[in-house]
Design a protein around this ligand. Structure first.
Ligand code: ACO
Length: 428
């Protein structure tokens, strides 16, 4: 293949270089398009055909169902690594050796207190507040309590900001859930591993000793790993674009949390459970809801099905389906919602509408089921997603800043009124 793309506009022909990634993905480099063509731009709503950056963090091939972080296959990471190792690999480029991992963990533990005044902000929220709004606000508020700006030329500054947020974010997550459940706010235990400590902060009852259930710990580790990065999705693009204005790391993450909140993105795991509950309340007739999903005059969509990039299967869904079965067996969960979920899954996998459109269960179809079995409230599910995505957002923000990417500022094609004179209010 030639390494030049030719564009013919009327009489004029323009040439643009092709760039190739390490996995042979090809892009037409249109950086010079507007200048060369005297103002012509490309338009691509939803960015389905537009690369926003070159990135060395995550590779995914939606057609083949491949997902790799820093080159490591997701299946191997989910089976052999823990969430902290994966976070290190995403942020710093390679899996850590034992010494690097121990140092990373002890640096995180050194920052694991949150200023007590942050509690006062949390107290001001009503218990009914959506945890994603609370988490986004508290993450942004952390900037005020850690006001030192990051000099991106300084590795030390960058490292300190990273370990700070990896330490404090789980505290905010734990507090957000405890407030919701009416439990006192606690801190973690330094003697515990990173994920065990997250469980402790979320689930420790005041009148009971805390025991780590290894099956739940294993499932949580996997869920966090599977959600840890997914290249240039909506929330990650938000983190990068907010950071591109040189807003700080915590502010950029807070914006990413808001982007993740929506039901077409991270909010899907909550939407899945709400949908299953609604189907149960309506008599459990899955066929009725399948028909609604296929009816173009009905806005209903089968939540947890379909994906912007995975058009054959979601490799994360395969891994998490196994973990979901383990957790449900271990906890002996008998949940009518599960039968509805299994029914929908089977019907969708055999229904021509879903098969033709390549709509398969995505990771969030199963993650909500596990979170529910763990006793996590439904509106906390997306918070759990944010907890997993944190290292990915950090890695992408760091890459964007170190690459000195320009401020993100798309263009548009204006389709509004042409110039018209101002009309005084009494004449309108
Ligand atoms: N139920 C019913 N029909 C669907 C669904 C669904 N869940 N998803 C897509 N379709 C249909 C569309 O109506 C469209 O049909 P048409 O070609 O006849 O018009 C076709 O499939 C293609 O759908 P698009 O919306 O163009 O696909 P897109 O790639 O833009 O959207 C998305 C992907 C947003 C994930 C979509 O599949 C969806 O809304 N799914 C439900 C929400 C969900 O589970 N989101 C979680 C994503 S995973 C994550 O964020 C971690």
């Amino acid at each position: 293949m030639s390494d030049i793309a030719k564009l013919q506009i009327g009489e004029n022909s323009f040439e643009f270089p092709l760039i190739k990634g390490t996995e042979n993905e090809v892009a037409i480099d249109v950086k010079s398009l507007r200048n060369a063509t005297n103002g012509i731009i490309t338009i691509d709503p939803g960015f389905k055909n537009t690369g926003s950056c070159e990135s060395a963090i995550t590779f995914l091939d939606g057609e083949k169902g491949i997902l790799r972080y820093r080159g490591y296959p997701i299946e191997q990471l989910a089976e052999k690594a823990d969430f902290l190792e994966v976070s290190y690999a995403l942020i710093f480029g390679d899996l850590p050796n034992k010494e690097q991992l121990d140092k990373f963990h002890s640096d995180i533990k050194a920052h694991s207190l949150v200023d007590d005044d942050v509690r006062k902000i949390l107290e001001a929220f009503p218990k009914t507040a959506h945890p994603m709004g609370v988490l986004s606000s508290l993450t942004s508020a952390l900037t005020a309590f850690n006001p030192i700006s990051v000099n991106i030329e300084s590795r030390e500054d960058m490292y300190n900001a990273i370990v700070r947020i990896l330490a404090k974010f789980p505290v905010l997550v734990g507090w957000t859930m405890r407030k919701k459940k009416g439990l006192h706010l606690n801190y973690g235990k330094k003697s515990l591993g990173y994920v065990e400590n997250i469980m402790y902060m979320m689930f420790k009852e005041p009148n009971e000793d805390f025991q780590v259930n290894p099956v739940i710990k294993n499932a949580l580790d996997k869920l966090l790993i599977l959600h840890a990065d997914h290249e240039q999705n909506c929330s990650t693009s938000t983190v990068r674009i907010v950071g591109s204005s040189h807003a700080g790391l915590f502010a950029s993450l807070s914006a990413g949390i808001s982007a993740l909140w929506g039901p077409l993105h991270g909010g899907a795991n909550q939407a899945v459970l709400e949908m299953l509950e609604a189907i149960k309340a309506d008599g459990g007739d899955t066929k009725k809801y399948m028909a609604k999903a296929k009816d173009k005059n009905d806005p209903f969509r089968l939540m947890g099905f379909g994906h912007r990039v995975y058009k054959n299967f979601d490799p994360r869904a395969k891994i998490i389906k196994v973990a979901a079965d383990e957790v449900l067996n271990d906890l002996g969960v008998e949940d009518p919602i599960l039968n509805i979920a299994r029914g929908l899954e089977q019907e969708a996998l055999n229904d021509p509408y879903f098969v033709e459109r390549k709509l398969y269960p995505n990771v969030d179809f199963y993650s909500g089921i596990i979170y529910r079995a763990m006793g996590i409230p439904v509106d906390m599910f997306t918070v759990m997603f944010a907890l997993g995505r944190l290292p990915g957002w950090i890695a992408q923000w760091k890459e964007m800043r170190l690459n000195k990417e320009p401020i993100g500022r798309p263009r548009q094609i204006y389709i509004g009124e042409n110039i018209r004179p101002f009309v005084d209010i009494d004449k309108r």
